[in-house]
Design a protein around this ligand. Structure first.
Ligand code: CTP
Ligand code: CA
Length: 228
């Protein structure tokens, strides 16, 4: 197979992967965060490196080691992540946005630790962050492949795939990897099952199994799109 070639089937291809979850500061000691571990992004990075790609990972608060030969840029906030990914993307053939990027951040960051006052609560004003994936799509170079992720649940309005299709059309990424979370999706009970959608919302692939198996399937699909 291609993977048995000495150089690997991704030799000569440069891939940037964001992983983990951003933290948006509230004050000097507190932040708004999320539960993303970074495992899927790191699995993608290690799979791509194994296959000979040149790999840069932009890691947002990931407490995991990364294999040798992979460039790692550690970031904390959505703004730092956006800046690092956009800079690295300028020379990348493939950009994969596997990170959970905060949708909102506190409008202001207190320069001191916020104190309790009497028995009242606290109201934070949040503003939207930049949509990094959409910005990458808007500045995409000829032949460059942009991949997004979407964890979705079904609800009264639409099922997982329909939510995924709408997001795929809205984002315009070359591939959107839709991952059902929660229950009642009709995807079966395999730990990781994803559907791959193109920018029109058409399903162009599927994968299930370990995070590493899913990573290889995503790289297979992205590889067919490079330079297309
Ligand atoms: N993403 C991004 N910048 C953001 C938010 C999300 O680049 N500020 C990226 C994620 O890394 C992911 C994709 O966009 O690859 C989809 O993220 P998701 O949270 O599913 O989509 P949203 O557009 O934020 O929509 P919502 O959370 O409302 O479903
Ligand atoms: Ca979001």
């Amino acid at each position: 197979t291609e993977q048995d070639k000495p150089w690997g089937d991704l030799h000569g291809i440069s891939i940037v992967i964001s992983a983990g979850g951003t933290r948006e500061p509230i004050d000097l000691v507190r932040f708004l965060g999320n539960r993303s571990s970074g495992r899927q992004g790191f699995a993608l990075a290690e799979a791509a490196r194994e296959r000979g790609a040149s790999v840069t990972v932009v890691a947002a608060n990931v407490a995991l080691p990364l294999g040798e030969g992979i460039e790692r840029i550690d970031v904390e906030t959505s703004q730092e992540l956006g800046a690092a990914v956009k800079a690295a993307a300028q020379t990348a053939d493939v950009v994969i946005m596997a990170a959970a990027v905060a949708d909102f951040r506190p409008e202001t960051v207190a320069g001191h630790k916020i104190k309790k006052s009497s028995d009242s609560g606290l109201v934070l004003t949040l503003v939207q962050t930049e949509d990094v994936l959409s910005a990458l799509v808007a500045s995409r170079r000829e032949g460059q492949v942009i991949v997004g992720f979407a964890a979705e649940t079904g609800d009264g309005a639409a099922d997982v795939l329909e939510h995924g299709r709408r997001k795929a059309r809205r984002k315009g990424a070359d591939l959107l990897i839709v991952n059902p979370v929660g229950e009642g999706m009709g995807f079966g009970d395999v730990p990781n099952t994803v559907a791959m959608l193109d920018a029109r919302g058409e399903q162009v692939g599927a994968a299930s199994g370990s995070k590493l198996a899913v990573a290889h399937a995503i790289l297979d699909k992205a590889r067919t799109l490079v330079g297309a």
